[in-house]
Design a protein around this ligand. Structure first.
Ligand code: F6R
Length: 241
């Protein structure tokens, strides 16, 4: 794994956008794996800003998001569908038909949806560059500690810590999701390149375990050590002492 340390969150966001745009330049029909959450917001902002300023073309780009809450409708303000529209898709020219996010709508047959999602990634020829964040508990996508390293896209229970984090942005606390659809650890490792982003001192322990700890199901992001082409891009706070 290659470790890049940016001085702060702004520099991390710019560097992440630069890596994505370099990949786009090399392959205009790039397929991206995309995260949500706090960490990539600066990267999406930088991408949108540069898309406008540099008249970039995303028209051949295809995207697969890492995860989506289960039991949350697509139009719900806290769904990852809404997040992606607001932060990125509404501002660049990626055709809607090229945008993929698992459907976690109430009543969905999650097993069928997960199978369809895996097939869509496969039929698309796989993911060129997958960008991920990391949970303070070491999760990657929503592969919580204990997730099998050979796991595929599936419905999972969220950990109490992840539910508490999600709850901060849900106005209606009774609607906070307890389950999600997530790409599995093995599905993530099939991406040709992976960029892991982490910002803030609260991520330092998880980053250390991902980088230096043993590869273990108790620290799902440590599975990235098994992949030949991973960049871990962190700010100084997340790098820790
Ligand atoms: C979100 C995802 C999660 C987050 C992680 C970090 O799509 O897959 O694994 O990347 O929970 O979240 P933030 O960036 O909010 O700290």
């Amino acid at each position: 794994m290659r470790l890049l340390v940016a001085p702060d969150y702004t520099a991390l966001s710019e560097a992440a956008a630069e890596l994505v745009l370099n990949a786009l330049h090399a392959k205009p029909n790039l397929t991206l794996g995309l995260p949500t959450g706090e960490t990539p917001i600066g990267m999406y902002n930088a991408l949108v800003r540069r898309y406008r300023a540099e008249h970039l073309d995303f028209s051949q780009v295809r995207t697969f998001n890492l995860d989506e809450y289960l039991g949350v409708g697509l139009a719900h303000p806290n769904s990852y569908h809404s997040y992606m529209r607001e932060r990125f898709f509404d501002h660049v020219n990626i055709p809607m038909v090229n945008q993929h996010i698992p459907d976690g709508s109430p009543g969905i047959d999650a097993a069928v949806e997960c199978e369809k999602y895996e097939s869509a990634i496969r039929d698309n020829g796989g993911i060129d560059l997958l960008i991920a964040g990391i949970g303070a508990n070491g999760h990657i996508a929503f592969n919580e500690p204990g997730s099998p390293l050979d796991s595929r896209t599936r419905a999972v229970d969220l950990s109490p810590e992840t539910i508490a984090n999600a709850g901060r942005s849900f106005h209606d606390k009774s609607a906070v999701p307890r389950r999600a659809i997530t790409m599995g650890v093995a599905s993530i490792l099939e991406a040709r390149r992976i960029l892991l982003l982490a910002s803030g001192a609260h991520k330092a322990d998880a980053v250390r375990r991902a980088l230096d700890g043993p590869v273990a199901e108790s620290a799902p992001a440590s599975a990235l050590q098994l992949h030949p082409r991973v960049i871990v891009l962190v700010d100084e706070a997340a790098r820790g002492a």
